[in-house]
Write a protein that binds this ligand. Sequence first.
Ligand code: SAM
Length: 242
Amino acid sequence: MERMDFVSECQRVFALNSLACTEAQANLLYDLTVRMLEVNQVMNLTAITDEKGIILRHYVDSVMISRDIPVNSRVLDVGCGAGFPTLPLAIFRPDLQITALDGTAKRIRYVDETAKMLSLSGVSAIAGRAEEYAQKGEYRERFDVVTARAVAALPMLSELCLGFVRVGGVMLAMKSQQAEEEIAAASSCIALCGGKIEQTVTAQLTADGENLEQRTLVFVRKIKNTPQKYPRHFSKISKNPL
Ligand code: SAM
């Protein structure tokens, strides 16, 4: 797709999903798309390679949480992969300080270089495991908002993420389908790690007003400190979910 067509398609699809997208933001998304598809030829970044799919399933989906994040928040994106929601969120919310964390070093290098290419100065990127970083003093309970899209089921995800959230802050789990079973299975883990489910919001993404794709956002408020023993080593988290 040529730049001008991409920009107008982007603005059309964002508007259809009740999100504003300026020409400057759509231009940055175009630059991001060109870069991602180029790097995707040599590194596994995304299975979605058509521009329309990318606009809806990566960009609209990532930016949907923008209105739920308070101004100037310190945000951690756990398991950012190829930079979702980190990179689109940074384009739409330059006020945020976003730390992107992923266990795969080459994806983090890509996210870091891409953020610099797009002059997204609020983004920093760290290669590392969430369960290890959550035990480090400078990351523990230091974030206003912790996001995670398509990283793990909610019980495991809660243990991985809640140690990063300051008391009063929120973990925002981005799910691609209904999450009732996961929420029920996660309730004891969330309570043990100091959280409380505040609300669950479902949304329908669409590129044409007809074909709807369901998304679920789970908001977990941090109401007290996470006991130091959490998160445990990954082998324990996966063998014995809380
Ligand atoms: N959030 C991105 C997205 O929505 O496109 C990536 C999703 S990808 C399916 C899951 C990512 O989580 C992978 O890049 C993986 O390396 C990362 N991940 C899974 N468990 C992790 C952990 N314990 N610590 C850090 N990264 C982790």
